[in-house]
Design a protein around this ligand. Structure first.
Ligand SMILES: Cc1cc2nc3c(=O)[nH]c(=O)nc-3n(C[C@H](O)[C@H](O)[C@H](O)COP(=O)(O)O)c2cc1C
Length: 178
């Protein structure tokens, strides 16, 4: 197993993946770690929805509907497993929505990283339809829920090298209090 530092340095997004997918049990193992992100008041303001097989066609239909088109978009078929990332805001808490959304986003980044480290290809996708009514309905989102997009997950294709991204110029992103 790599260190968190090594895993973060090595990760990249995989726009094309194979038909292999992590099992539900593997996903549970990964989410149990990802869910340990910092979380103001431990609200756990997030949930994930697994889309496999024909679930993806239902999403494809909703995507087309959101764009005023008939039929089924084939976009969700680009990966065998899609993980819809849902921010589930707590009503009672004084923790503002943006903080709760940050937690849900953190979980999604952590799930992506852990899946990548475990050898799976991941690509976080959104689109103009992400927060549309047809999409909310297809995922049965509650009134206080919003979608942050989908993690498209599958096998890393062997015919592609890992294509490491250029390291970022970290100095350029850090400054002192002005
Ligand atoms: C919230 C979120 C939504 C994204 N949506 C898309 C998308 O719809 N289409 C896309 O090409 N990239 C999208 N991206 C960016 C890719 O997931 C990916 O990070 C980018 O292609 C850079 O590749 P890298 O992660 O290997 O550096 C999104 C990223 C985030 C965090």
């Amino acid at each position: 197993m790599t260190s968190a530092y090594e895993a973060a340095r090595a990760r990249r997004s995989w726009s094309r993946v194979t038909d292999e997918a992590p099992s539900h049990d593997e996903l549970v193992r990964i989410v149990s770690a990802a869910g340990r992100v910092a979380d103001h008041s431990s609200l756990r303001p997030w949930r994930l929805i697994e889309l496999r097989g024909d679930d993806r066609l239902r999403l494809g239909r909703a995507l087309n509907k959101a764009e005023g088109k008939r039929g089924v978009s084939t976009k969700p078929l680009r990966a065998p497993l899609l993980i819809a990332v849902v921010a589930s805001y707590s009503k009672k808490s004084k923790v503002p929505r943006w903080e709760q959304e940050a937690v849900a986003s953190g979980v999604a980044h952590m799930v992506s990283l852990l899946l990548d480290e475990a050898g799976w290809g991941v690509f976080w996708r959104t689109g103009s339809a992400t927060r549309s009514k047809p999409i909310a309905k297809a995922h049965k989102l509650g009134k206080r829920e919003e979608l942050l997009g989908w993690l498209y997950v599958g096998g890393k294709p062997l015919d592609r090298d890992s294509g490491r991204r250029k390291a970022i110029d970290a100095e350029a992103f850090i400054s002192r209090m002005p």
